[in-house]
Design a protein around this ligand. Structure first.
Ligand code: SF4
Length: 352
């Protein structure tokens, strides 16, 4: 796939756009005014692979908490501001690495100019984000939704460019997957700025992961997108997990194990679903990119297990453990997982 050319920006120490890897973001669920809880969640997010974290800043107390949070975490922080320019100024003062804000929501040009000037002085990028649901009804009411989303974003971009500010990132989110895809495709050729992809309010983990994988996955496969956030009604580490699975599926990033497991069928003579679930659970903390196969019988099992770095191919109540195509052990069904995990641990170097 050929990636769309985009200018690179930096959020703290993380580069977005240009030739940089696709960056994984998430958002805290804690009350930003609760510094300890927010710091704890940011640390959890870092442990599970999140590279940039966004925090809601609904009032001045939340804005005042940012400096204390920033001191205690290493992940770059983006402050999510909606209507009050004073919160944006306070967030910048607190040392945040990025802002998410729409100049159009602030309205007053003088106030927008103050925020943009302060962001420019600190070299802090701003994300212009258009959500389909929040476009004012009187903005180009005759135009189709996708055009309205794109034109709204371009208008916000022009406001910032008129203030000679170009540290811009753009998002165009909708719940409707086809609209989101079309909007990003349309804006991709109209602006050089990096694109932040997401399907907004995608839902609970099962359905939200599918919606996000389709929307974000199609765009990434077309070379569109520089950073992703999966929005789920779940703990934010779930979002990070799904984001990496999307990137791993497209071969764009590698992180942690990839489990290959067969669906099981009437030929299986072991409980392959229970085995696969247990292997997946035991590999949760492994960060090394390894391919692990759990296969239910000799029809496809040995072939898939041989292709994997480590794998098991099961027979009647027993299985063979493969490492790079070589049988290294056999074990009874009750000992198979321990034997497999012993081999997996030999491949675990501790990180990507
Ligand atoms: S590998 Fe064997 S048990 Fe698993 S789905 Fe295929 S045929 Fe069935």
């Amino acid at each position: 796939m050929t990636r769309r050319a985009s200018v690179a920006i930096r959020i703290g120490g993380v580069c977005i756009g240009g030739d940089s890897p696709i960056v994984v973001q998430s958002m805290t669920r804690t009350d930003t005014r609760d510094v300890s809880a927010t710091v704890d969640q940011i640390k959890q997010l870092k442990d599970c692979g999140c590279e940039i974290v966004r925090l809601a800043v609904p009032d001045s107390d939340a804005a005042q908490s940012l400096a204390g949070i920033k001191k205690r975490v290493s992940l770059p922080i983006i402050a999510d501001i909606h209507f009050d320019y004073r919160l944006a100024l306070a967030a910048l003062e607190s040392g945040v690495d990025g802002l998410r804000l729409n100049p159009g929501n602030i309205g007053d040009r003088e106030q927008v100019a103050m925020v943009v000037k302060a962001a420019k002085h600190r070299e802090v990028p701003i994300r212009v984000g258009v959500n389909a649901g929040s476009i004012p009804p009187d903005f180009q009411p005759e135009a189709p939704l996708v055009e309205r989303m794109v034109n709204m974003a371009l208008e916000q971009i022009r406001i910032m460019e008129a203030l000679e500010f170009r540290l811009i990132k753009v998002s165009l989110k909708a719940f409707d997957v086809p609209s989101t895809i079309q909007a990003y495709q349309m804006i991709a050729g109209k602006t050089p700025y990096p694109l932040h992809l997401g399907i907004t309010e995608a839902g609970l983990p099962r359905t939200g992961a599918i919606r996000s994988a389709i929307g974000i996955g199609i765009l990434l496969y077309q070379g569109v997108g520089d950073t992703i956030r999966v929005s789920l009604s779940a703990h934010p580490c779930e979002e990070v997990f799904v984001a990496y699975e999307i990137l791993k599926s497209l071969g764009l990033r590698q992180r942690g194990p990839t489990l290959v497991s067969c669906p099981s069928c009437g030929r299986a003579e072991v409980d392959i679903i229970a085995l696969a679930e247990e292997v997946s659970r035991r590999m949760e903390r492994i960060r090394t990119p390894i391919k692990v196969a759990v296969m239910g019988c000799v029809v496809n099992g040995p072939g898939e297990a041989r292709d994997a770095d480590v794998g098991i191919a099961c027979g009647k109540g027993r299985g063979a453990i493969f490492r790079k195509g070589e049988v290294v052990a056999t074990a009874d069904e009750q000992d198979l997982i321990d034997a497999l995990m012993k081999e997996v641990s030999l491949s675990d170097t501790g990180g990507p």
